[in-house]
Ligand binder design. Sequence first.
Ligand code: Q46
Ligand code: ZN
Ligand code: ZN
Length: 319
Amino acid sequence: MRCIKCRGRANVEVKRHHSAFCNVHYVEFFRHQVSRNIKRLRMFGHTNQILIAVSGGKDSLALWDVLLENGYQAVGLHIHLGIGDYSRRSAEKTHEFADKRGAKLLETDVEQEFGLTISELSKTLRRVPCSGCGLNKRYIFNRVALTHNFDVLATGHNLDDEAATLLGNVLHWELDALRRQSPLLESTHPTLVKKVKPLYTLTERESASYCLIRGINYVEEECPNALGAHSLVYKDALNRIETMSPGSKQQFFQGFLERMQPTLQRSDPVVLKECKLCGQTTTGEVCSFCRMWNKARSLNNHATTIDHQLRSNGNVAKS
Ligand code: Q46
Ligand code: ZN
Ligand code: ZN
């Protein structure tokens, strides 16, 4: 197998592009894909302040590396979820990356801020961990981006993530989720930050190859709560199709973005209000994040309301 750029020995094959690359040209290919996505969808520019959600996994660290190498102003945000050893190792890898590069890293600890780890929250509410975890992450990323005046929030969602989410949304005909599924979500309210996914054309395997070549140490294990998740079943199904027919995953997601999603836009846009407890966006009076934590606190006989907690931490969203 030869590199399509220099005809030297290729180490990474990208079947859906009928390509193979040596290490030097693979790094160039990966960075070019990210840059092209950023420019094509006008995600951000070099003068913007970018907050990256960093889990310590291959995708978020690869993205952070590419953005720093390409001269973007990218600050990391790591959330300590409190999911046993997995969370400890994720934090270690994130610190290692930031320390090596002298990159700025912000951190939030769910237990310290709100009183329970994600594992405890899940037990208290008797809900699967991922539902509370996802809500916490979305809320905290948005809130930190707003309070620190970032222009945009970037996440490491890749093609496998997006194609699996799309398959799940189609199987259940989740029309609202399909409308919102995009690598670019503009801010539609002063308390909603713009969100982008610059890796949406690259696969998990491609992020892993990038990290390997660049010497980026990432947490390799999956979160223990991901075992048995529907998303893994969908990824597995899509991988089988991809093996038989390289390029299917990309066609599936890209085809949706170009041909299907524009037809799904609502004629009656959702009216957004500000949560009366925390000030962040909601369609009702109190946002789902505040409702969830108030319920958890009352179940734990905890007297402090989420309103008091947020205000005493100085974390009221800007108006
Ligand atoms: S971290 Fe959180 Fe994921 Fe773990 S509990 Fe579920 S949502 S699986 S990306
Ligand atoms: Zn080469
Ligand atoms: Zn709220």
